[in-house]
Unconditional design. Structure first.
Length: 285
């Protein structure tokens, strides 16, 4: 019996010792956490966040000669960096990657799905440069022009044994000139100047080392402005096979481009001249 009581007392003493040991361990852990938090919060600072003390500059004072000598004012320390005031300009894409920019720029000139469709073409800037280069030389580079031809066919009128240009042909070009004249001139010139570096690059690819695209554009405008208006009255034609020519040699001796403009008729040629003159003036501002 005594043996059982003695064993029970040993068990109670061992349990009490384990419980005290557990609480002691928990207390130690909590204290360590509190101490660590205090250290990180109030004592320890990361090395990279430590403020660097500014190095004081040595100030040399002039010797005091009299009581009225003023103390020199230390010169302001120069900034260790320069302040950049310029805002970086957005980089323009290279010519090979400029088609989306060109289409977006040209598309904003006239709010029309039809116009946007006309302007949406591959290599638009290179094609535009080729077209203008041909215009400056009095030619028409039809295969590089994305604007479709008039749907109506060219018509002639026979009177006896003579053939004449039918006045109804002029109306085929009314729609094109209405769009062209409706485009804001300043916006047109502004868009041209935005794309000018890329146009010059495309023009250089044609092999003109001593010319610029800007001067070529000016020559193209002059070529179109020199197109005369059709004289009043009927315009007699002649033809060999399927090619019609002007009977009047003065008209037939015009450049291919100018003869093409004549086919637009007096109304449209006048509209084109007025718009081209406005563009010329805006470019020369």
């Amino acid at each position: 019996m005594e043996q059982e009581k003695y064993e029970e007392k040993l068990r109670r003493d061992a349990a009490s010792a384990r419980q005290k040991s557990l609480w002691s361990w928990l207390v130690i852990v909590i204290l360590l956490l509190i101490a660590g938090g205090f250290y990180f919060a109030f004592i320890w600072q990361p090395q990279q966040n430590q403020p660097v003390a500014a190095q004081p500059q040595a100030v040399v004072l002039a010797p005091i000669k009299t009581e009225n000598t003023k103390r020199p004012v230390p010169a302001e320390a120069p900034l260790p960096f320069e302040i950049e005031n310029t805002i970086p300009k957005p980089q323009q894409p290279v010519l090979d990657d400029s088609n989306d920019l060109a289409i977006a720029t040209l598309g904003q000139l006239y709010p029309s799905k039809e116009w946007l469709k006309w302007m949406t073409t591959e290599e638009s800037l290179r094609k535009f440069v080729v077209v203008i280069d041909n215009v400056a030389n009095g030619k028409v580079a039809q295969k590089y022009i994305s604007i479709p031809k008039p749907k109506e066919k060219f018509k002639i009128e026979k009177i006896g044994d003579k053939e004449y240009l039918q006045v109804a042909n002029y109306e085929r070009y009314n729609h094109y000139l209405d769009i062209f004249t409706a485009i804001d001139t300043d916006l047109m010139v502004s868009s041209y100047r935005q794309l000018s570096p890329l146009l010059e690059e495309a023009y250089a690819e044609l092999g003109y080392a001593d010319k610029t695209f800007d001067t070529t554009l000016q020559r193209a405008i002059e070529e179109m402005l020199e197109t005369p208006n059709l004289p009043e009255g009927e315009i007699e034609l002649t033809h060999t096979s399927v090619v019609y020519k002007y009977k009047d040699e003065a008209l037939e001796n015009l450049s291919p481009l100018q003869k093409q403009m004549l086919r637009m008729g007096p109304r449209n040629t006048t509209l084109a001249h007025d718009k081209l003159q406005a563009i010329k003036q805006a470019l020369n501002k």
